[in-house]
Each structure stands twice: as C-alpha cells, then as structure tokens.
Design a protein around this ligand. Sequence first.
Ligand code: NAI
Length: 501
Amino acid sequence: MSVNPLYFYRNNINNKTIMKIAVAKGDGIGPEIMDAVLSVFQANKVSLSYEYVDMGKWVFDKGFSNGMTPDAKITIENLGILFKGPMETPKGKGVKSVNVTARKTWNTYANKRVFQTLHGVDTVFSKAGIPIDITIVRENIEDTYGGVEHMLTHDVALSRRFITRPGSLQVIKYAFEMAKKKNAWRITCGHKANIMKITDGLFLECFYEVAKEYPELKADDVIVDDLCMKLVTRPDTFDVVVLTNLQGDIVSDLCAGLVGGLGFAPSANIGDHICIFEAVHGTAPDIAGKNIANPTALLLSGIAMLRHLGFMQNAAVIENALLYTLEQGIRTGDFGDKSKLALSTTQFAEAIIGNFGKEPQMNPKPLLPNMPATPTHFKLDKNPMLISKEMEDETIAGVDMFIESAEQPEVIAHKCQRHGGVKFNILSVSNRGTQVWPTGSVFTNLVNQYNVRFESIDGSPLNQQDIIGLYVSLSGNFKICSLELLNKWGDKKAYSLAQGQ
Ligand code: NAI
C-alpha cells in the first residue's frame, strides 16, 4: 500500500513543516469568502500552503463537461484534500453538478454537518434557552443521487434508488466511530423503512449490525417524518443522526435553519483517500461581488479541516475567536441584531483576527497541541466493495415485466397469461405500485405503464433463458419498458410486494 501523498508534499520552508492542500475558490461569493477564510488562516500562521485548482461554472463554460480541468483532478488526487467554495451548476439538461461529481468520483461517502447553537446568532431556540448540538451524517454517494432515471413511457418517469450493503456499512461505521470519539450520548438512524422496506430496510439493518460493535453508545431509529417533527420541537434530544442521501440532504438543511440558516452550516465530505471541505450554502448570486457575504460557514468548514489535518491548536484559537466575535454581536448583514452596524466580509474576517486569544463565554474550545495527520492509504489496491457474501441459495422465482399499455388491467392480465406458457403464472398486475389485478379498486387511477409480475408456475426455480423466452413472447404484444428479476435467497424474497398484494 502506498501512503497518502499529503506526506510527500510536507516540506521544510523556514524550518516549518508545510502541508499542501488543493483550493478551489468557486463561483459567486466563493472567492470573497475563501479569501476571507484564508486571511484568517494566514494571520494565525497555519502551516498550510495552497495549490489553486480550476473548478466551477467558468470551467464548464470553457467546455470541460464535468466542471473541472484534468489538471485540477490530478492535483486533488495527489494532495488528498480539497477546500472549496460554492460552485454553480449551469442550468440545462446533461450537465451534472460539479459538487456531486466530486463527491462521487472520490468516494467521499460520508457527509458530516455539525449544527451548534452559536451565541450571537438569534434563533427561536437560542431565545428559548434550548441548546442545539446536532451532527448529521449523510450518506453521500448512493440513493437517487446516482441520477439513473428513465422515461419508461411518455407519461411515466422512473428513478433508480441504489442502497447497497457496503455503501451503507461504510457511512454507518464512520458515524459510529465519530460518535464514539465525540462522546455522543445518542446515535439515531433516520429512515423510511416502513415504506421502502427493502432499500431503507437494508440501511436500517446495517445500522443495527454496526451498533452491536458499539455497546457503549445508545443507538436507536426514528422514521424520517417523525424525526423532522421532533427536530423542530425538541432539537436538544438529538446528538448524532445518520441518514441516507436524499433524506440526509433535506434533514441537514432543516437543521441549518434551527441554528440560524445556511450561513452557519459547515460540511465535510469524508472518504478514505480524499476529503472535501465546503460550506453547505450555494454561490448566493444575489449578493456576489459586494463583499457582504457571511464567511462563517466556510470558516467552520475550514476549522473542521484543520482538525482533520491535525492543526488542533490553530483550529481552537480560530474557533474561539469566531465564537467570541459572534457573542459580541459582531455581524454581517444576513444575521444578528439589525440595529447594529453590519460589517463587510473583509471586516468580519479582520474582527475575528483581532479576537485571536479571546475565549467565548459559552463552549470555549480546549487548546490542544497540533499533531500530525493520521496517515491514510491513497491508491486503491482493490475495490473492497465488490466483494460480497456468496449467496449459494439464490434462485430466480419470477420476473417483473414493466410494460406500456393503455388497456384495462383484466385485458392485460388475460393477454399476459397466454405468454406465460407452461413456465409462468401471473401473480399480479400493478400500476405505480398498487395492485389492480386480480383484485383492486375501480377508484385506483391508472397511468399507461403496468408491472406484470410473473412467477414460476410450480414454484421450481427459473433461469435467465426462461426469462428471455418470456420477454420475446411478451414483446409480440407489448412494449416492454424494463424488467427486474425476482430473486430469492433461501425463503427470503429480495423484492417488494405491490400495495394490496
Ligand atoms: P444559495 O445558498 O446560494 O442562496 C440562498 C440564499 O441564501 C440567498 O438569498 C443567498 O444570498 C443567501 N446566502 C447563501 N450563502 C450566504 C452567505 N454566506 N452569506 C449571506 N447570505 C448567504 O442557494 P441557491 O440560490 O439555491 O443556489 C445558487 C447556486 O449555488 C446554484 O447554482 C446552486 O447549484 C449552487 N449551489 C452550490 C452548492 C455547493 O457548491 N456546494 C450548494 C448549494 C447550491
């Protein structure tokens, strides 16, 4: 195994160890807030040097379809750390967000977002004296964010939602490990396994599997809608919350609202080889170029990055100065007491620098000595997620054929029965997941795409040739939009039932 090249980039300048990271200033307010944050780092003599890389809207505009130049990609892969400002995704079909591309390309599978009461930032909860300290860990790669979507008919769109066992285990393990290190008193899995029994069910199963390895942590689960209600009524009853990608995205913005808005929400995208630190908010085009943006979220992300790299003392001094500054009521225009003068981005950074060495009244951070970053492996020797448990007792019990038709369910069932021949029986016909044959309701509204579920006529296992035979026969009568095998592992069905089945 090779060692993270971060270490190769540590070099001696004026007898000091300088570590190099990649920096992308981003679009909109990105350059202003990044300059402000780096000025704070420089004033605190953080031993970091920066290699600026080309990413963002203007890189898209130059014709690089993934929003970064090949040089930027190589630099980031060599250095292992990217500190980035927000980036605009050009509108229009076919262009994917550079932010999402970066997270997926470099497998930064855990998105950690810390939401804490900041004194001086008034919220409903700070006024009521209810403290908030919630860490959301969001799965960052899978779920509907694969963007694998198809129009099955002119009227029916399908999004594929990938939840995998190794993908879930790696983010959940990270969440438990992080919760243990921060002495969390509770770790909660947010999910919708009551509805998405297979996908969210797998995520929840992985959660409790990992929980067994951490008996010292109180682990429980809450259905995501209930979680949202509880977060806005009693946020102080949560500590670490781990969720799948889309639910985590929504819940983390909700939490940002609890502590004062997106201007205070930092984010770390953690992978085994590459980590990306950024603010949660976007490019704020409405205020770009005016030097009025709030750099706090990016600074908090930068502080998390300093801790990740081992700059514990720098991180504590800067965070204490930031918290002290906020406590003093010093503000940019987007928050705080409107009767007080709002500072520019630059002035706000200068105020923080002026407060180095001061400690906030609430939650001062301990001054720990700087220490070397933990070495991590860089290049992948193998893809560990490819390796799965051998499923010797896996059989094919049937197939779901998704067909386009504007006919009535009983007509479809009748036609399909003929195609089943001697191998297949029709078990059910469903429309958007609701069974409409053999039983159903005349009140169920139908779209022009049905799922006809075929099963083995005598329960004996099927093979792929049987499925292809059925496909060929059925295609004489219907356009087949897609199909899914009905796998069984022993007696366990690896597929969901239609509603009403
Ligand atoms: P946004 O977060 O840029 O702005 C929403 C509102 O919050 C605006 O009124 C803005 O002025 C304000 N705001 C945001 N950050 C602020 C700050 N630091 N200080 C003061 N006010 C701030 O969200 P929007 O408008 O939906 O997205 C704009 C662009 O940003 C889009 O192109 C989007 O794709 C991109 N974006 C990029 C992200 C990233 O790079 N990670 C994340 C979210 C959006």
